[in-house]
Design a protein around this ligand. Structure first.
Ligand code: EPU
Length: 436
């Protein structure tokens, strides 16, 4: 297992190019199950989650290989295995996205229930409700969901797919994929509007699916009898982009984040404007401008954030925003409405000298002028990113342990940060023992 050793306090400057989006590529890879023809993803990012999805697909008897140019080629056999095992689903909840396509293509899907994760319960009841609305019989046995299509295959249905915290991204993706091969028309009310869902819809459309209303909460799908292959480049990763923008904002340097879609980050940019962090925006780039975040007169202004489904402020940038607010001038309030327990990073940021108090779904952050380097433990992907950002500005050395989390969603993060002027090294780690 590796750790990142960061020497804080070095200004960042330069350009970083954003990769294909993790949360777009995972369902797109699953969509390859809907056809026997080849699906090619030219810009599949080099992430461990992508490797895990490739391994899930191989277990189902698909071939999923990368060419030398980095493109991912997936072809699913005529006869597929119908069961996704606990080993992979446990590693990555995104594996659940194979349920819809597998059910639609083969009439049956057995998927391990993902279980909880560090930031809460994360149920899949809405995915199951959607499959039932398409006529599937669903039961849970021995830790597995078993979904079976009726004789004659899935049929179109009308459903409301949101729960108490709003719409579901992978649930919408799952039902949309299943409905492409169902007989007749499906209407999803309360559908997720995230760009990753739109991207999946575009991929399915190039495979021959008939979908209307992408990007709106009402998606309509007219089932077709079969789908074909496609070549689909996924959208740039808005969360990776937002993380580098926040790195620039925290270090006060000129960081140009290229190959991104700024309109996918409008909630973040709005909050940065409010926080008086200087930046400029172009059609496919965002650039933070030099300033002195340590200068008492120029520190970021304490700015409240509440996470919401898209186009609201993304939960996947909540931890990184909190890292910025630890240095703000004043008290800010952060409310996490998507995953109320996604706050594992608070204790670790506190070890770096941050002043944060949690009350239920809310965190209250009293900004401080300086953080100081320490040993910290990454608990999940975005929490790791927040700790790396804080380490970049903390005085002295910060060691971020359990950094494998970060490789799930950030391609070669230390290399990219070094290119921007950070002093950071990946070294082999003896992970400190758990304590009770
Ligand atoms: N929910 C239910 N029932 C369901 C599904 C979801 O109650 O059947 C609830 C969840 O508990 C949560 C809310 O609905 O409160 C939203 O969850 P959603 O289903 O949208 O999350 P997801 O699709 O499982 C994706 C991303 C997450 C991201 C969320 C929210 C992928 C692979 N994962 O998860 O990404 O946080 O949407 O935007 O697309 C990450 O990249 O770090 C990450 C965790």
């Amino acid at each position: 297992m590796d750790k990142l050793v960061i020497e804080g306090g070095h200004p960042l400057e330069g350009t970083v190019r954003i990769c294909g989006a993790k949360n777009a590529v995972l369902p797109v890879m699953a969509a390859a199950l809907l056809t026997q023809e080849e699906l090619v993803i030219p810009n599949a990012p080099m992430l461990s989650d992508v490797d895990t999805m490739a391994s899930v697909l191989r277990d189902l008897e698909c071939s999923a290989e990368r060419n030398d140019d980095g493109s991912m080629h997936i072809r699913s056999q005529q006869k597929l295995v119908q069961r996704a095992d606990w080993e992979n689903v446990r590693k990555m909840r995104g594996s659940v996205a194979v349920m819809g396509p597998l059910l639609a293509r083969t009439g049956r899907a057995e998927i391990s229930l993902p279980g909880g994760c560090v930031f809460g319960v994360r149920p899949i009841d809405l995915h199951l409700k959607g499959m039932q609305a398409l006529g599937a019989r669903v039961k849970v046995e021995h830790g597995y969901v078993i979904a079976e299509a009726p004789r004659g295959g899935l049929r179109g249905g009308e459903m409301y797919l949101a729960g108490s915290s709003g719409s579901t991204v992978l649930g919408t993706a799952n039902v949309m994929m299943a409905a492409t091969l169902a007989k007749g028309r499906t209407v999803i009310h309360g559908a997720a509007c995230e760009p990753e869902v739109v991207d999946l819809g575009m991929c399915l459309t190039s495979m021959g699916a008939k979908i209307k209303g992408l990007g709106s909460p009402r998606i309509e799908i007219e089932g077709v009898s079969e789908l074909g292959g496609a070549t689909h480049a996924v959208i740039p990763d808005r969360i990776e982009a937002g993380t580098y923008v926040l790195a620039g904002a925290m270090c006060g340097g000129r960081v140009r984040v290229e190959n991104c879609q700024p309109e996918h980050l409008s909630a973040l940019l709005d909050r940065m404007f409010e926080a008086r962090v200087p930046f400029t925006v172009g059609p496919d780039w965002i650039e933070t401008q030099p300033y002195h975040p340590r200068d008492p007169a120029r520190r970021p202004h304490a700015t409240d954030v509440t996470t919401h489904p898209y186009p609201g402020f993304p939960t996947d940038l909540q931890a990184q925003w909190m890292a910025l607010m630890t240095l703000a001038d004043g008290i800010s309030v952060l409310s996490e409405l998507i995953y109320p327990d996604r706050y594992m990073h608070i204790a670790e940021l506190t070890r770096l000298g941050a002043h944060i108090r949690r009350q239920g779904t809310t965190a209250i952050i009293q900004g401080t002028e300086r953080l100081s380097g320490a040993q910290v433990m990454a608990s999940d992907l975005r929490a790791s990113a927040a700790l790396v950002l804080a380490g970049l500005v903390a005085e002295g050395t910060t060691e971020v342990h359990r950094v494998y989390h970060i490789d799930r969603g950030y391609e070669r993060i230390e290399e990219r940060l070094i290119n921007l002027g950070a002093v950071i090294e990946r070294v082999d780690d003896k992970v400190p023992a758990e304590v009770g």
